[in-house]
Ligand binder design. Structure first.
Ligand code: ADP
Length: 421
């Protein structure tokens, strides 16, 4: 394993895993600290998803160090601490405290902090973070309920969180390329700085930073700054070229779509699948609440479907229907009833021969992955931006596409299967 990554939340971890996979690395993503018996040897990089962004700093440090130890034991040569591209944190942490602890853990005296992700509108200039061209402290992040960002000067923000001296490598050095960035690192080190904020306004900047920083024992940043690492590793040796094989290996078996999202992209996808004639069962939330429809009944319907072709079970509904349901059942209660039903259906799927599964909805995906007891995934090819095929590691062998509600083109439920072999 070349790189061990510690992400402070789940969607951030997936974001980083996809970034590295896109650049040709073989990736395993774990949900929480990897189980001791999990074989990490086939991965170039492992991304551990924690939920540590808003924990008390001491807890975030403890979890991050536990993840670092397990990655080190799995063979990681370098560590990457991933946080949000809007530098989500408070004056108490957790970016500074966790960085301090990981620097001590790696016995190193220097790292960088670069949240820039220009493709998503996050740029850093002269140490100031901009969100779609607006200074961070004027962006909607100023009103974030948990981590309001009221200062766009990241050197100052980080100085409030760390005991270590913070410096800046600015745009001019980054623009001049990897050698100039390395020289700037030396200059900052000589000035006594232990963490440097690094400017980046474009993908070429991120790639140059990746090349300059690939040998550091610890890097920190958003997923953007990981962009250049795979190329740097390939330059330096020992990394298998990206696989050119077509199709993602998936276990043989039946295919199913579970849609618990009511977002507009998912509504389109359900409509497109229905128009194409996919066998489909609609779960009405009120019927679920009253017991007219139950998970065992849905499973009976599923058992009666012939062939291996994908079947669709969906609770997806229009906003006015959702509102009507919520006013009868309560918002949280309605969501829970639907999630629990889909989770109960998911739990029974492996025994019925279903091995290929698309789940639509963020919360729904969480409920389904829990029900299936999945805690590690190999990341495969990207179906649409932000949604890869994945394969479970340990437990039931499944190919899974976990789709955030608003992601994917209208024919997602039809086309995704074509990438499997
Ligand atoms: P998205 O990614 O689109 O936000 P989520 O799965 O995160 O999707 O959230 C959708 C929520 O709506 C879930 O809690 C789900 O159980 C709930 N839900 C799904 N269908 C219905 C429905 N017909 N009526 C009310 N709530 C629903």
């Amino acid at each position: 394993m070349r790189l061990g990554c510690i992400a402070d939340d789940l969607t951030g971890a997936t974001d980083l895993a996809l970034m590295l996979a896109r650049e040709g690395l073989r990736i395993i993503q774990t949900i929480g600290i990897p189980r001791a018996d999990l074989d990490l040897s086939g991965a170039d990089a492992v991304v551990v998803a924690l939920k540590s962004r808003t924990l008390p700093a001491q807890d975030a440090i403890a979890q991050s160090l536990a993840a670092a130890k397990s990655l080190r034991m799995g063979g990681a040569r370098h560590l990457f601490f991933k946080y949000c591209s809007t530098f989500d944190s408070t004056d108490e942490g957790n970016i500074g405290p966790v960085t301090d602890a990981l620097l001590a853990f790696t016995e190193s005296d220097f790292t960088l902090a670069c949240p820039a992700f220009p493709a998503n509108g996050r740029t850093v200039y002269k140490g100031h973070l901009f969100v779609n061209g607006v200074p961070l402290h004027e962006s909607s992040m100023k009103d974030h309920p948990l981590t309001p960002m009221r200062d766009s000067n990241l050197v100052r923000v980080l100085e409030r969180q760390t005991k270590l001296p913070v410096g800046l490598v600015s745009y001019e050095d980054v623009e001049a390329g990897p050698d100039a960035i390395r020289l700037a690192f030396e200059r900052e080190k000589a000035a006594g700085h232990r963490i440097v904020i690094v400017d980046a306004l474009s993908d070429p900047h991120l790639r140059a930073i990746g090349l300059a920083a690939a040998d550091l024992p610890l890097m920190t940043g958003g997923s953007g700054v990981a962009m250049g690492l795979p190329a740097a590793y390939r330059q330096s040796e020992d990394l298998t070229a990206p696989s050119s094989s077509t199709g993602f290996g998936a276990p043989a078996g039946r295919s199913i779509i579970l849609a618990g999202s009511c977002s507009s992209a998912t509504r389109e996808q359900v409509k497109t699948a229905l128009d194409a004639g996919l066998p489909a069962l609609r779960l009405d939330a009120l019927d679920l609440a009253s017991g007219i429809m139950t998970a065992p009944m849905a499973l009976d319907w599923l058992k009666s479907q012939p062939g291996n072709g994908p079947a669709l079970i969906y609770s997806t509904a229009n906003p006015d229907e959702v509102q009507a349901v919520q006013s009868r059942l309560g918002r949280m209660n309605a969501g829970e009833i639907v999630e629990n039903t889909l989770a109960e259906i998911a739990k029974a799927l492996p025994a019925l021969g279903f091995t290929r599964l698309i789940v639509a909805g963020g919360e729904t995906s969480g409920a389904v992955v829990n029900a299936l007891d999945i805690d590690a995934l190999a990341i495969g090819p990207e179906i649409d931006p932000g949604v890869p095929w994945t394969r479970s590691l340990a437990g039931n062998d499944l190919a899974l596409a976990l789709k955030s509600g608003n992601f994917g083109t209208p024919d997602f439920f039809l086309k995704a299967w074509k990438m499997l072999r």
